[in-house]
Design a protein around this ligand. Sequence first.
Ligand SMILES: Cc1cc2nc3c(=O)[nH]c(=O)nc-3n(C[C@H](O)[C@H](O)[C@H](O)COP(=O)(O)O)c2cc1C
Length: 162
Amino acid sequence: MSGVTPTHLRHAMAHFATGVTVVTTLEDGHDHAMTANSVTSVSLDPPLVLVCVRKDTGWHEAVGSSGVWGVSILPVAGRPAATWLSTGGRPLYGQLSRVPHHRGELGVALVDDALATLECRTSALHDAGDHSIVVGEVVSSRADARRDDPLVYYRSRYTSTR
Ligand SMILES: Cc1cc2nc3c(=O)[nH]c(=O)nc-3n(C[C@H](O)[C@H](O)[C@H](O)COP(=O)(O)O)c2cc1C
């Protein structure tokens, strides 16, 4: 058995600076949204990305039944949304009522004030310990080339590149 505890692993990986996204999905017409920094590009042809999702999140259950999801890459100004959408025990419904958003072609919510957005259809779901790796085929993507202000997560804190 490995001597690496969850605390050790979390501490080590906290030194890997990432961007911050909001991932969204739909279940029975309701939006489920959560903050995620595990989003990674996987393949360009076909276009695939992944997100690692804890099995005990509401989002995990919802994406399993809907099969479609959105990714919104947040700017620094998206920090309140990131904080809200990672708060345990928030109401299941109306999670996005305070986060301005629009709908993509798959119907999933995309944050208005995002650096870039993607819409994905789940192509594989891999079991990975207490998480699942959700791989999605990207069916649409948009990026705002004028933006230069990503929200960054580093050592368990939000920061910026400036
Ligand atoms: C910066 C940041 C990144 C996160 N990234 C992930 C992630 O990639 N996968 C995940 O399952 N949870 C991640 N979380 C935790 C979820 O956002 C949090 O557990 C959320 O409340 C889960 O949604 P639920 O309350 O609807 O279950 C992250 C939290 C923060 C603050």
